[in-house]
Design a protein around this ligand. Structure first.
Ligand code: DC
Length: 210
């Protein structure tokens, strides 16, 4: 069984998806972490993050393991380095390329076929698992999303907002798998709600789909 949670950066997807997975006893899948791994590997290998033809084979060859807590790239724990600002910006570039998306989507489908998952990202309900039993589109006002991210990172909210706006535009305007609510998705605006309140609402919706 799959529950899909999609939405823009800072909508609270990670904390919410993690908590919903824990509550249901499902496995949490952070698909963004996989695109972040491609970005980190590209930066380290000196591969241009806008060169889809070069990124495709690089992405397909990566050994990415996620257990819901740690992100492993080969034998290396990259949970922290993939959250850096440079990798965050690069992830939004590498994820534009269909060659990269194909490799990641294939992995994600393999994973979710093998168990019960709460999968979180941008295209879970639209592309990775359109058959998902429950699809949620999580969103929040841009300024609030930036405030949350800034607090998490200990960064300046205005800078985070500017970077977030560029990422939102790239994620939504890209040709392949742009960010948008899947048909049948329930849209939840988390502005003014805390994680517990959002989890409660999703758990109620999930309960109805179990
Ligand atoms: O959710 P996140 O911030 O960790 O995602 C990092 C980048 O990866 C972001 O720019 C959007 C992209 N992404 C994507 O294109 N498709 C997904 N399913 C998940 C993330």
């Amino acid at each position: 069984m799959v529950f899909a949670i999609d939405g823009p950066a800072g909508a609270g997807k990670s904390s919410v998806a993690r908590a919903v997975a824990a509550e249901l006893g499902f496995t949490y899948l952070d698909s963004g972490a996989m695109y972040r791994c491609v970005a980190l590997a590209a930066l380290e290998a000196g591969v241009d993050v806008d060169d889809g033809a070069a990124l495709g084979p690089l992405a397909a060859a990566l050994e990415i393991e996620l257990d819901g807590r740690h992100v492993m790239l080969g034998a290396r724990d990259v949970s922290t380095p993939i959250r850096g600002r440079e990798v965050t910006a690069a992830a939004s570039h590498v994820s534009v390329h269909p060659q990269v998306r194909e490799a990641m989507v294939a992995r994600q489908r393999q994973l979710i076929a093998a168990g019960d998952y709460v999968a979180e990202g941008r295209d879970i309900g639209t592309v990775v698992a359109p058959q998902a039993e429950l699809k949620i589109f999580l969103t929040a006002e841009a300024a609030e999303r930036a405030r949350r991210r800034a607090a998490e990172l200990g960064a300046d909210a205005a800078t985070v907002l500017a970077e977030q706006t560029m990422r939102d535009e790239r994620d939504s305007a890209r040709e392949h798998s742009p960010l948008r609510p899947a048909p049948g998705a329930v849209t939840l605006d988390t502005s003014g709600l805390d994680v517990e309140q959002v989890v409660e609402r999703i758990a109620a919706l999930a309960g109805a789909s179990l």
